[in-house]
Design a protein around this ligand. Structure first.
Ligand SMILES: Cc1ncc(COP(=O)(O)O)c(C=O)c1O
Length: 380
């Protein structure tokens, strides 16, 4: 199989990830922070090592400010529900995933918050000045995806923050963690939400949220932490404040191995490889009168995520043909981001999304080009 659905979750993962999951499960899986015996202590050390490794990867100085979650959705909900109050206003973009748009919509209905989704161009460009123009006196937060999961467009998060230094910036890094270099200090990120199971190569059921010093979130969940157990209130210190319940320790061991794999390879090397594959795919599809590429169509300005449509063909049917006839796995339709498709002009039918990782090869991309061209020419 040629797997081109890495924006949904990466496959394959490095062997070291699964080895770490198994060895943690076999040897270290007491409940961290809950008991005093040796296995629980080994588990606590394992959890701390994972936290330090992931925090270091994003240049987070104090690892206790990084909490682990089940995925990016859970991290985004923790940030939005934890920060926003009645009457607050939020500025976001028209390329956001439903993991941002649905909580914002629910908070509008429940608490009367308001939000402005600043329009990006049909090629996926966001002008940071438009974010600034959308500000109101009651704006409490700016939420931006670091890169679109539909067309790969990279958003100018650093530039937006530079224009609005006093407003907290929440970055949805589901598509960029492990793909682009992320230094929370350098980019001016106040809250960083990410998936562990995509570019970081961790197992499913892993993700995280960083909150900058000075920002205090109200916890979405209350429960056991193994600390301050005599009190009914959730402990006020991090990570316990935002991390109630037993963590996914084997998954987090795997996530640590994923991050170590990335550090060994080097993000710059991975980015170069993915840019080469992106260029190959874009060049291979360019110039065909029935193939349309949506988004930047420029490897420098996007991640290795490409959305295409073929005139007169349904995206779902194309993806099925790619799977059945060519053994190519990709994703069709709206990719949980309907507003992004309205922006790109591909709503409501959506697109066929091809998304690559460091494990894809040039031969695989050439095969995908041949397959899409054959389908576009009506040969299948
Ligand atoms: C931009 C973006 N945000 C959020 C999410 C949600 O991530 P998760 O599946 O880890 O909850 C995704 C998933 O595809 C995404 O692409």
């Amino acid at each position: 199989m040629i797997y081109l659905d890495n924006a949904a979750t990466t496959f394959p993962k490095p062997d070291a990830v699964w080895e770490a999951v198994i060895s943690c499960g076999r040897e270290k899986c007491g409940n961290p922070g809950r008991s005093g015996h040796r296995l629980a202590a080994a588990a606590a050390r394992e959890l701390f090592a994972a936290r330090e490794a992931v925090a270091g990867f994003f240049h987070i100085a104090d690892s206790s400010r990084l909490i682990f979650t089940a995925n990016a959705t859970s991290a985004l909900n923790t940030a939005l529900y934890g920060l926003l109050k009645e009457g607050d206003h939020v500025v976001t973009s028209s390329l956001e995933h439903n993991s941002v748009m649905r909580p914002l919509h629910a908070l509008r209905q429940r608490l009367g918050i308001e939000f402005t989704a600043v329009s990006c161009s049909p090629r996926g460009e966001l002008d940071p000045a438009d974010v600034q123009k959308a500000l109101r006196p009651e704006t409490r937060l700016v939420v931006l995806t670091h890169a679109s999961n539909v067309c790969g467009a990279i958003l100018p998060v650093r530039e937006a923050k530079a224009l609005l230094p006093e407003i907290p910036l929440l970055v949805d890094a589901a598509q960029t963690a492990g793909v682009l270099p992320i230094d929370v200090q350098e980019l001016g990120i106040d809250l960083l939400a990410f998936s562990g199971h995509k570019g970081l190569f961790g197992p499913m059921g892993t993700g995280g949220l960083y909150t900058a010093p000075g920002l205090q979130l109200a916890p979405l969940l209350q429960g056991g932490t193994g600390s301050r157990s005599e009190r009914l209130e959730q402990p006020a210190f991090l990570p316990d404040l935002l991390e109630a319940g037993t963590p996914n320790l084997p998954g987090l061991s795997g996530l640590r191995a994923g991050v170590e794999f990335l550090a060994q390879q080097g993000i710059a090397t991975i980015r170069d490889h993915e840019m080469r594959l992106t260029r190959l795919l874009l060049d291979g599809l360019a110039g065909h009168d029935r193939i349309r590429i949506h988004g930047p169509a420029d490897p420098e300005r996007q991640t290795a995520v490409i959305s295409v449509t073929l005139d007169g063909r349904d995206p779902g049917e194309i993806a099925r043909t790619l799977d059945r006839e060519f053994s190519i796995a990709c994703r069709a339709s709206l990719h949980c981001a309907p507003l992004a498709h309205q922006t790109l002009g591909t709503y409501p039918q959506g697109t066929v999304r091809l998304s690559m990782s460091v494990f894809n090869t040039e031969e695989e991309i050439q095969e995908a080009v041949r397959a899409l061209r054959a389908i576009a020419e009506g040969n299948l």
